[in-house]
Design a protein around this ligand. Structure first.
Ligand SMILES: [Zn+2]
Length: 415
């Protein structure tokens, strides 16, 4: 049984033995770990140390090739941080229905420090997930569903579309869309909605676009199952490759969803998807949402996931006062919940050693090694590019209704 808080201890190198794995300069010959491994002599030289209160003595280095400097801190998840918070405990509290303020009280830290550490860990989770999707070993049917909640205010409901494997229960992808508030409203509420819509209007095709994003994602995952890892990048667009592959080379991708008309339009209203359906590369099967939500229901995995989210993630609990105030932060927490769901949580309560990752045919040894690094090592956007939906979260590019036009992103998050 894998536990968040009882993971393998991270090997802390003494300051004098640590060696930087690569040069930080993206244009340098030694930016590639492959070149570093082949170098006959060290590519760097030691360039003194400095003392810090939180991390002790920190060694500095300089590249022999380009002269770019770096330090031990440059490769830590806590780069630029002045205080150490236990990331494992943070994740445990987050997925145990802890709010940001609960965590700030537990850690005696400000809510912004907690949010900052969640952001760092979420970037690590995004980097890890890109590797996970390239190692999926089963060609299973995929279920798409929308989880409805709200952020900022109840006038801005959202649809977090999820793509989950029907056999494995693995959460492959999630996509955030703000939708227009509908349903029964009083006259005063309608008036208020009108006033707010002068400042922010939810896109009209949010559900259609969200569904298509996940269909593309499912096709990308499927192409990796057939090609295996390390052949092609996760960022490669599905649109260009999918039609070119013959139906013999790629088995039919079964997409399952409820009867939402937007989902049907998403496939029927675009020639690209119509072509894929005619070539039997994708099939779409719908199930009535009124059908009993039992284990026999074809959409069981999403019904189960929705239920877990409602109880585990504070902002998803019904009638909570701890709702999300910033959409990028909402999705960062979702990426961490995905990490927990895929790699820590048992597939079923009575089958403790089986996890969603193992049912998806992903090498558990590889996951163990990645999880051991996750809480210590800084992820680099240039080295482990995340999938498209995660990239928006990483770069804080999802628009928060009534929020700032440009959100602050530290420069090191772009490296
Ligand atoms: Zn260099």
């Amino acid at each position: 049984m894998r536990s968040i808080t009882h993971g393998a201890p991270v090997q802390q190198d003494p300051p004098h033995t640590f060696e930087p794995p690569f040069c930080l300069n993206p244009k340098c010959h030694f930016h590639s770990e492959h070149t570093v491994a082949q170098a006959a002599s060290p590519w760097f030289y030691r360039h003194g140390t400095y003392d810090t209160e939180s991390f002790g003595e920190v060694p500095r280095f300089r590249c022999r090739h380009c002269g770019r400097g770096c330090s031990r801190q440059s490769f830590r998840l806590d780069y630029y941080a002045k205080r150490v918070l236990d990331y494992r405990e943070l994740l445990r509290q987050l997925v145990s229905c802890g709010s940001t303020r609960d965590m700030s009280r537990a850690f005696c830290a400000t809510t912004s420090t907690v949010a900052n550490r969640i952001e760092r860990l979420a970037r690590g989770a995004a980097a890890l997930h890109a590797g996970v999707l390239q190692r999926v070993g089963v060609a299973e049917a995929m279920v798409i569903d929308g989880f409805q909640n709200f952020a900022v205010s109840k006038y801005f409901p959202n649809n977090i579309n999820v793509l989950i494997g029907q056999h494995s229960g693995l959460l492959y992808d999630c996509d955030y869309r703000t939708i227009r508030r509908s349903g029964r409203m009083s006259e005063r509420q309608k008036q208020r909605r009108g006033q707010l819509e002068e400042h922010f209007l939810a896109p009209s095709k949010a559900l259609v676009e969200g569904f298509r994003t996940l269909v593309d994602s499912a096709l990308r995952v499927r192409s990796h199952v057939h090609r295996g890892p390390d052949e092609g990048s996760a960022a490669e667009p599905a649109r260009s490759s999918a039609v070119e592959q013959s139906s013999e080379a790629i088995s039919t991708l079964r997409l399952l969803s409820d009867e939402k008309s937007e989902y049907k339009w998403a496939l029927a209203g675009d020639p690209h998807y119509r072509q894929l359906a005619e070539a039997h590369i994708i099939t779409h099967e719908c199930t009535l949402s009124t059908e009993a939500r039992t284990a026999e229901n074809p959409l069981f995995v999403v019904n189960y996931f929705d239920r877990q989210l409602r109880k585990d993630l504070k902002e998803c609990v019904r009638h909570t006062v701890c709702f999300g105030r910033n959409v990028s932060n909402v999705m960062q927490r979702m990426l961490l919940y995905r990490l927990y769901h895929n790699h820590y949580k048992a597939y079923r309560h009575r089958r403790k050693t089986e996890r969603h990752e193992s049912r998806a045919g992903i090498d558990e040894g590889w996951i163990e090694r990645q999880l051991a690094r996750l809480y210590e090592s800084r992820p680099f956007l240039s080295r482990t590019p995340p999938i498209e939906t995660d990239r928006l979260v990483w770069l804080r590019q999802i628009v928060t209704p009534l929020g700032k036009e440009h959100e602050y992103l530290p420069k090191f998050a772009l490296a």
